[in-house]
Design a protein around this ligand. Structure first.
Ligand SMILES: CC(C)(COP(=O)(O)OP(=O)(O)OC[C@H]1O[C@@H](n2cnc3c(N)ncnc32)[C@H](O)[C@@H]1OP(=O)(O)O)[C@@H](O)C(=O)NCCC(=O)NCCS
Length: 183
């Protein structure tokens, strides 16, 4: 493991490095991935370097590379955004960028780890996310971790020729089950 920051059972989080930029570009340009990320412009490695630098400099964002402990390979990114230490809340984001690694429980594990970090380390009170209503795998993963459906933004995004609703989900500190309690 290189520069491990937070350990899960099968995954670990580490800082994103500039050297990760080409791999990030591979992730976010993949049509199957970007469909749910709502990106509509091609992203080159230089833009990804700028993204890594911007995230590192930002006081309102914390982003991690998600890597497999077995084989030490980065498979995605996750993080907290719009951090607000007055209202003690943030917005969660996640991508598993290698479709061959989908449906192995990695999103569920990574989400659980970020929630643990948000409440157990940052002392936040609430984490919120937005997900397309037809992204059933993501919704399933988030619900398994304890996120609840809080609202629906109707016809919020235009994807592949049709409008799609956005589901707003949230988890409160009082609903959090610490990782140590589930081991
Ligand atoms: C969506 C995404 C995060 C899911 O990651 P993942 O690692 O495959 O998720 P997990 O394996 O942890 O959990 C997915 C769950 O949904 C289920 N699932 C998958 N596809 C499903 C579908 N079409 N309908 C219902 N459930 C589905 C899986 O069976 C699994 O549940 P289970 O463990 O109870 O069997 C991943 O595909 C991804 O990053 N996609 C691109 C970017 C993205 O969508 N990011 C999220 C934006 S909010």
């Amino acid at each position: 493991m290189q520069t491990p920051f937070f350990l899960g059972p099968r995954l670990y989080f580490r800082p994103l490095e500039r050297e990760d930029a080409p791999r990030l570009a591979t992730f976010v340009n993949n049509p199957d991935v970007r469909r749910n990320l709502l990106t509509h412009r091609p992203m080159n490695a230089g833009q990804e370097v700028a993204f890594v630098d911007a995230m590192a400099a930002s006081q309102r964002d914390i982003i991690f590379a998600i890597a497999l402990r077995d084989g030490d390979r980065m498979i995605g990114t996750t993080g907290l955004h719009e951090l607000d230490f007055r209202s003690r809340r943030a917005i969660f984001g996640l991508l598993i960028g290698e479709p061959s690694e989908w449906n192995k429980g990695y999103a569920t594990e990574a989400t659980r780890m970020v929630v643990d970090y948000a409440f157990g380390t940052l002392n936040l009170n609430r984490v919120r996310l937005e997900v397309l209503e037809n992204n059933l795998g993501a919704i399933r993963a988030y619900e398994k971790v304890g996120f609840r459906r809080e609202g629906l933004l109707r016809q919020d995004h235009y994807v592949d020729g049709a409008y799609v609703n956005t589901l707003v989900m949230g988890i409160l500190r009082s609903e959090w089950q610490p990782l140590t309690a589930t081991k």
